[in-house]
Design a protein around this ligand. Structure first.
Ligand code: ACO
Length: 377
């Protein structure tokens, strides 16, 4: 019997069991692999977060070493993939389009049949794809990864070709741990759906990259930064926010499908950003950001009294990544650098207890039309 009740956007519909992460939208809590996000984000290396998702436990010291070595072995990309990225850069392709093309080609020259190898390969290779594209886009040659650097430090190193600053590495590591998984969000659902047809991980991650790109999902931090820079320049956050809302526009970085509180990831990332900006960054800019957030939340509450619109993860993502020195064009691809760990873990979990994901739609079209030949229409 088909459920004919319409659930727009599949809101509140459960389609899978998971041990990977859970969200309490009313309490503002996020648990990843059993750990509160606050705990994981500040303590883990990104490699530990991914091991946790793959194995449902943290690695021992020696397991961590082997895992890091294994990931390092998968980090390089073939000349064929470089060609794809060089062409994308020449045509000024959007960074997420370049990433989608690079990921789609990630099977080239990779011949393992084990899906767990593909999972590790995808986690490892995305930073190389992003940075190779960006180096070409900036008129430079790509920088080869270094075996003595971890996953996060390598990302920064391959971007700039310079020794990464430890404070920037820690800031970025906190970000990568914070957003590695987040329940059945849009891109993870896409990845799981593709995996559920017994397709391959490269296809699943390619689809997920496409989903993440949209501004209602992972595409928000670039516009958030633009908004903050313009508002900072005007030095009138109140006027800026009011003007946007009066024009019927959405304030990027606020509102969430699940949270009715401040997104717990916003708290983690704001603390990390505060540390970074208080060290070598522009502390005054961070002060402005806090003032903007307070104004925006208060105006949004007047604007939509029946709907709690609080700060979401993307607001402080923009601030933190800007402080780390990630170019704005790479904010969403940097989200993918992290979230790929969640995507592939969900695909492996789906495969372990699979049922093809196949919801229904409610037909609202006509019935019993009679055919008219083309020359009579
Ligand atoms: N600014 C102003 N108004 C807003 C905002 C906002 N940021 N967010 C929601 N609203 C309003 C909507 O206009 C809508 O009003 P209406 O009922 O009069 O039409 C109401 O609040 C409910 O909004 P929905 O879009 O129905 O809520 P939904 O749960 O579907 O969407 C979403 C959540 C997409 C995140 C939304 O809040 C939004 O567009 N935010 C801005 C974009 C953004 O920050 N995206 C990143 C999200 S975090 C992530 O995906 C990783």
């Amino acid at each position: 019997m088909v459920d004919q009740e319409l659930h727009r956007g599949l809101e509140d519909i459960a389609v899978a069991e998971t041990r990977l992460s859970t969200i309490d939208g009313e309490a503002g809590e996020l648990i990843i692999g059993g750990y509160p996000v606050e705990e994981l984000a500040k303590n883990a290396l990104y490699e530990e977060s991914v091991f946790l998702l793959f194995n449902d436990r943290l690695p021992t010291k020696s397991e961590l070493e082997s895992f890091r070595t294994e990931l390092a072995g998968y980090r390089k990309i073939s000349e064929e993939i470089k060609q794809v990225l060089r062409q994308a850069a020449r045509e000024n392709a959007d960074a997420m389009d370049a990433l989608r093309m690079g990921v789609a080609a990630a099977n080239l020259g990779f011949d393992s049949t084990e899906s767990t190898d593909h999972a590790k390969r995808l986690v490892s290779v995305i930073p190389t794809i992003v940075t190779t594209y960006w180096r070409y886009r900036s008129g430079k040659e790509p920088v080869e990864p270094r075996d003595d650097l971890g996953h996060t430090a390598n990302y920064l190193y391959m971007l700039s070709g310079e020794e990464p600053d430890p404070a920037a590495v820690r800031g970025l590591e906190t970000y990568l741990n914070t957003v590695v998984d987040h329940g059945l969000n849009a891109s993870t659902f896409v990845a799981r759906s593709i995996a559920s047809s017994d397709s391959d991980l490269v296809s699943a991650v390619t689809g997920a990259v496409g989903s993440l790109k949209g501004p209602l999902h992972g595409g928000a931090p670039g516009p958030v930064l633009e908004m903050l820079l313009v508002a900072h320049e005007s030095d009138d956050p109140e006027g800026y926010v009011q003007e946007k809302l009066d024009a019927g526009e959405r304030l990027m970085g606020f509102g969430h499908r699940v949270y009715r509180t401040r997104d717990p990831r916003a708290e983690v990332l704001s603390r990390a950003a505060e540390r970074l900006y208080s060290g070598s960054g522009d502390r005054a800019f961070f002060g402005f950001v806090e003032e903007f957030e307070e104004t925006a939340v208060s105006r949004l509450s007047d604007h939509k009294p029946d709907r709690k619109l609080e700060t979401n993860v993307e607001f402080y993502t923009a601030v933190l990544l800007y402080g780390v020195g990630i170019p704005q064009e790479l904010f969403t691809t940097t989200f993918a650098v992290s979230r790929v760990g969640g995507w592939v873990a969900h695909c492996l979990e789906q495969a372990a207890d699979n049922k093809i994901i196949r919801p229904v739609s409610i037909y609202v079209g006509d019935h019993n039309r009679s055919w008219t030949p083309a020359e009579n229409r």
